[in-house]
Every structure is written in structure tokens, then in C-alpha cells.
Design a binder for this molecule. Structure first.
Ligand code: PLP
Length: 390
């Protein structure tokens, strides 16, 4: 059955109802019962009635489960659900691979783009701090040349891609913390012509706001710790890609072993069901807060794609189905020690919002990027206000 609407897919896609108990009308037997939610399959290994089947499953001749690092039905349910959300037209065109964190997912995506053996990667200056550090410290140490570009400057991207012929280009759909919006279809055109792999970290947009594979990206990565699971109670990552990357991702997961546990997969699958509702409301709320802050006398600058003065307003309207649930702002107190003290006073005075570094869950979270999410870039990679790469 092809489920059309995003909201319907979010609820139903991937579900694996256990039917071993005789069934009921969906279970085949007309008797017995079955759970309506996918069970948490807490098992290290899986047995079959006959060892011949175990042999076929282990040999890859038959789909099935053998050993949890190779696959687990609860994890597959979450993967299938995310794949169905990323590819509205052809869910068979791409597969999703769940990992134990967003960073493990990004590491696998970069490895699947064959960066392991050297080559050049061109990365957005606006990348999440740990992703930039992963590139420089881990891939850089393995011989990969890592270069950065302002992805919001398409001419600069075109020039750098022509100059470097990078094996991979890495961007985020919406950047943290300045909320710059990448023109994914335009960048995909550039990378396609150059034969580079375009890796898009879509954590901030989720498939509700943009489906990068449909816009020409090759590999999509999410920290499922954020909006996808949505409740601030687990760490997970997921990569979605079709051929030729899916085979490498499957092998990497089996061999490196950064697999997602079944309980986290179950929580993530449950959270995913309300993704459209949460995203819609969080985008609305963020726009409202951004508008109010923009007219506050103690606030000097607000960053949110819904605002008229946002530098990527036109791109955002074209490539996103909404303006995102995160916003950032600068206090009029300015940069440096004084600015930092004012930011800390502000954060300490919050009553309802939780001052903790994450995003995309049901709590409103607030942080000071220079001393939290972007700490690794500061100093010397960040400006005095804490987050601009130089
Ligand atoms: N990508 C982005 C854009 C993020 O914001 C984060 C974490 O904040 C990650 C990746 C890493 O995800 P995780 O913390 O699940 O490893």
C-alpha cells in the first residue's frame, strides 16, 4: 500500500506488528491477538526453525535477521519510516541506516563517500562545530584535505568545486546558530556536474521542511536526537541514501558497529509519528518569538528565516516548506566579556526554558553557542561573538 500524505506516512510507515500469536484480522488467523505497536526486539541474536534458513540469511540470499549488529526488526522499522518520509515518490529508491548518534551517522556518510583513502572534502563554513572538528581531526589525520566555503555564496561554491574537484561537499540545510539556508538544489547542480558527492545534514529542517534527495543531494544525514525523535530522551543518527552509497553504508554499519539499540529505535519511531505536528507548531512558535524579539530594545539582531531582513529569505521560501523551529539572537550588550556576562544573566533568568545544549524536542531550550555547541571553534576559529569561522 502506497501511503501518500506525509502525516500518514509518519504514523504508519515502518510499523512491524508481531503476528506470531495467531493474528486477528490483520494477523491472518482470525484468533489470538497482536500488539499494535512495533515490539522492542531485545535480542542479541535471532534463531530460525531450520539452520538452512540461518545459512541463507547470513549468506544474504534471504532477507532476515541473524545477529543484532547486522540488523534488528525494531531498528528496521525506524529506518523504513525515515526512508518513507525522505522519499515521498519512491520509497524504494533509498534506504535508511540508523546509527548510535548523529556524529556516527555523519562519520558513516563521509566514509561512504570514499573519503577514507584521501581526497578533498569541501565543507560549509556554517557546519555544526563537531562535524567541522570530525572532518579536520579525524578525516584530516587520515589524509583528507579539508577546505571550507561559505555555502550561501553560490559563486564561491562553484569556484571552489571547480578548483578542488572535491570527492564530497558537506552542507547543512539550515545552519546553526545563524540559521543560514543553503540553496540545496543549486548546490546539487554544481556537485552533479563535478561528480562530487553531496552530503546534506538535514537535522534542522527534517523531511517535513525539505527532502534533499528529491532536490539532487546524494546522502542525507540527521541527528535523530533532535526533531525526528523529538522528546529529548535519546541519542541517535540516521543516514538515507540510494545506490551506490547504500551498500557501503550497510557494510560500514556491520563492520564499524555504531548501530542503534532497539529501545532507542523504538522511542525514535514513536517520536517520529508526531513529527509533522511538532514541526508545524515549532515553526509557528519560533516565528512568533523571532518577531517579538526583533522589536525588543535590548536585542540588537535576530536570526530566523521568517524575518524580512533574513539574508536567505528568498532561498528559504523556495527550498523549505516552513522557516524552522530554531532562532538565535544577539543582545544589545554586544561581544566580548561584557556580552558573555549579559548572555549568561539572560540565560540564568529564564524560568520556563531549559538552558541545555540541544534542539528540536518538546522543551524550549536556550544556550550560548560560543560556550556550548560551538565551543570547539572558539578561539581561534570563532569571532568574539562566538560562532563565526574565520
Ligand atoms: N548535526 C547537527 C546539525 C547537530 O546540531 C548535531 C548535534 O547537535 C549533530 C549533527 C550531532 O548529533 P548527535 O549529538 O546526535 O551526535
Amino acid at each position: 500500500m502506497q501511503l501518500k500524505r506525509f502525516e500518514t506516512r509518519a504514523v504508519h510507515a515502518g510499523e512491524r506488528r508481531a503476528r506470531e500469536n495467531g493474528g486477528g484480522k490483520n494477523g491472518g488467523g482470525g484468533k489470538g491477538f497482536y500488539p499494535i505497536s512495533t515490539p522492542v526486539h531485545l535480542s542479541t541474536t535471532f534463531a530460525h526453525d531450520e539452520i538452512e534458513q540461518t545459512d541463507r540469511v547470513l549468506g544474504g540470499e534471504e532477507f532476515g535477521y541473524s545477529y543484532a549488529r547486522y540488523g534488528n526488526p525494531t531498528v528496521t522499522a525506524f529506518e523504513d519510516a525515515v526512508a518513507a518520509l525522505e522519499c515521498s515518490g519512491d520509497p524504494d529508491g533509498a534506504r535508511a541506516f540508523a546509527f548510535a548518534s548523529g556524529m556516527a551517522a555523519m562519520h558513516a556518510a563521509l566514509s561512504a563517500a570514499e573519503l577514507g583513502g584521501g581526497g578533498t572534502v569541501l565543507a560549509a563554513e556554517q557546519l555544526y562545530g563537531s562535524t567541522a572538528t570530525l572532518l579536520v581531526q579525524v578525516f584530516g589525520a587520515a589524509g583528507v584535505e579539508v577546505r571550507f566555503v561559505d555555502v550561501c555564496d553560490l559563486e564561491a561554491v562553484r569556484k571552489k568545486v571547480a578548483e578542488l574537484s572535491p570527492r564530497a561537499v558537506v552542507v547543512e540545510t539550515i545552519s546553526n546558530p545563524l540559521l543560514r539556508v543553503a540553496d540545496v538544489p543549486a548546490i546539487a547542480e554544481i556537485t552533479r556536474e563535478a561528480g562530487s558527492t553531496l552530503i546534506v545534514d538535514a537535522t534542522f529542517s527534517t523531511p517535513y521542511l525539505q527532502r534533499p534527495l528529491e532536490l539532487g543531494a546524494d546522502i542525507v544525514v540527521h541527528s535523530a536526537t533532535k526533531y525526528l525523535s523529538g522528546h529529548g530522551d535519546l541519542t541517535a543518527g540516521i543516514v538515507v541514501a540510494g545506490a551506490p552509497y547504500d551498500g557501503a553504508l550497510d557494510s560500514l554499519r556491520k563492520l564499524v558497529g555504531g548501530t542503534l539499540g532497539p529501545f532507542e529505535a523504538w522511542l525514535a519511531l514513536r517520536g517520529l509519528k508526531t513529527l509533522p505536528l511538532r514541526m508545524e507548531r515549532q515553526c509557528e512558535n519560533a516565528s512568533e518569538v523571532a518577531g517579538r524579539l526583533a522589536s525588543h530594545p535590548k536585542v540588537s539582531k535576530v536570526n530566523h528565516p521568517s524575518l524580512k531582513n533574513h539574508p536567505d529569505g528568498e532561498v528559504a521560501r523556495r527550498v523549505l516548506d516552513g522557516s524552522g523551529g530554531l532562532l538565535s539572537f544577539e543582545l544589545a550588550a554586544g561581544d566580548g566579556e561584557e556580552g558573555r556576562a549579559a548572555a549568561f544573566r539572560f540565560l540564568n533568568a529564564l524560568e520556563l526554558c531549559v538552558t541545555a545544549p540541544s534542539l528540536g524536542d518538546i522543551y524550549t531550550l536556550a544556550i550560548h553557542p560560543a560556550t556550548s555547541s560551538h565551543r570547539e571553534l572558539s578561539p581561534p576559529g570563532a569571532s568574539a561573538s562566538g560562532w563565526r569561522r574565520t
